[in-house]
Write a protein that binds this ligand. Structure first.
Ligand SMILES: [Zn+2]
Ligand SMILES: [Zn+2]
Ligand SMILES: [Zn+2]
Length: 437
């Protein structure tokens, strides 16, 4: 990181830091929380009474400032600047805040570049997806074994039965065992995540996470959550920024993203309200007038080109399949921020179909195809000698940013397509054409 970037980050931090008074510092500090943090800075044990840079102890009336994360404090901006390189590693990219109408959510504490690992978290509860009754027993059993602190964290998560009550102080609520069990199960139902959706890995588990489960939904997410490749049981989850996130922007994931989800607003809202009991008011769902109309038309076109690609590929008309795949890509790029998670696959479709066409010497022979390629060239600033690898480059670049299962799936496809394209150099006899996603 350059000095300018460092300064920029510190300044951004400090402007908010400066708003906190020393009074606030006393009430918002929580020494237990800080001590239990495994990623401690050198001075964390002294809570926030001591400057994390020079070690000066806070005296009454002194103007010591709390970092935006609330975990460390400084005499002044220059102490914070000097310490930023050290503290940066432990200063979370987010803070949990009450968001009007949406319960609690995560807000970015600083500008987050694409690809940044924002959260890396093991589950607090993880159960096998078995029969409903067994699963419910397992959930509550695991809950009962949690520490009081973790129990509290679970009970503070969104409970669909309490949508309209503003604040619930869990300590004030007296619940019998039956009510408590019902509450825990409701919370688990709407806040848990599938551990790993990859069929071939055969992991049928569902998990609840302290921070990740707090992420709100958007149909234009700025992060992607996933299992981690090197975690054997895939219960740990990571959250990565898939595009640049501004300071103060809410960090949002998609609850309904899958490989081919180009749904219109009604169907997205239906899915979301059925399971999570809210009407989506994200930046896409709250579009209206001509903006909404344009967005819905783009999504309808994406679906149309998607279906036509599959249809032509089935009929082995690869030229038309490719043209439709390129048209689909064009539409997706018009609403790029909403399609980031689906784009690697769309690029791979073009790469795969293009590879087949090259092997059949049908690359750039039809007028329609040439027009498609000209369009692609303009899209990626390529020269006229465009080959299919331009799609691979785009897919791989994006998959690396998104990470997790997206990268895993990209690498799987990369291997399939590369093996196929290598094969054609040696033999014309192929075992069959690769399918499209
Ligand atoms: Zn200091
Ligand atoms: Zn901090
Ligand atoms: Zn939405």
């Amino acid at each position: 990181m350059s000095k300018e970037e460092l300064n920029e980050n510190v300044t951004e931090q400090t402007s908010t830091t400066g708003e906190l008074s020393s009074d606030k510092l006393t009430t918002s500090s929580d020494p237990t929380d800080i001590e239990s943090d495994p990623n401690t800075d050198k001075n964390l044990n002294s809570a926030v009474d001591k400057c994390n840079n020079c070690g000066k102890i806070r005296e009454d009336g002194s103007s010591i400032k709390l970092c935006i994360c609330g975990k460390v404090s400084y005499c002044d901006v220059s102490c914070q600047k000097q310490n930023w390189k050290v503290h940066k590693k432990n200063c979370p990219h987010y803070m949990i805040q009450e968001i009007p109408g949406r319960g609690k959510g995560l807000i970015a504490t600083r500008k987050i570049p694409p690809g940044t690992l924002i959260i890396d978290e093991p589950p607090i509860i993880v159960v096998d997806r078995v029969s409903q009754e067994k699963m419910q027993n397992d959930i509550f059993e695991e809950f009962e074994q949690l520490s009081p602190e973790d129990k509290r964290a679970v009970l503070e998560m969104h409970d669909p039965a309490f949508i309209h009550s503003n604040k619930q102080d869990i300590g004030q609520i007296t619940m019998n065992q039956f009510e408590l069990r019902a509450k825990v199960l409701r919370i688990f139902d709407v806040n848990s995540l599938d551990v790993c959706e990859q069929a071939e890995l055969e992991i049928k588990k569902t998990s609840l996470h302290r921070t990740i489960s707090r992420l709100n939904h958007s149909c234009a997410p700025n992060v992607f959550w996933s299992w981690k490749k090197n975690d054997l049981w895939k219960t740990e989850k990571e959250v990565r920024a898939i595009r640049e996130i501004e300071k103060g922007e809410e960090i949002v994931a998609s609850y309904i993203a899958d490989g081919t989800s180009f749904e219109l607003r009604t169907s997205r809202r239906m899915k979301l309200s059925k399971k999570w009991t809210f009407d989506c008011e994200c930046m896409v769902c709250s579009l209206h007038g001509t903006d909404l109309k344009k967005n819905e038309e783009t999504r309808m076109l994406i679906t149309k080109y998607h279906n036509q690609t599959s249809q032509y590929a089935k009929e082995l008309d690869i030229t038309n399949a490719f043209i439709n795949a390129v048209n689909k890509l064009d539409c997706m790029l018009k609403i790029r921020n909403e399609m980031l998670l689906q784009l690697p696959n769309a690029f791979c479709d073009c790469w795969e179909l293009g590879t087949v066409l090259q092997s059949q010497s049908k690359w750039a022979v039809h007028d329609k195809m040439i027009r498609s390629l000209e369009f692609v060239s303009s899209l990626f600033d390529s020269d006229s000698t465009l080959d299919t690898n331009v799609f691979q480059k785009q897919a791989s670049g994006l998959a690396k940013i998104i990470g997790g299962s997206c990268l895993y799936n990209y690498e799987k496809r990369d291997e399939e397509i590369s093996t196929f394209s290598m094969g054609i150099e040696f033999s014309d006899e192929l075992g069959g054409l690769p399918g499209t996603a």
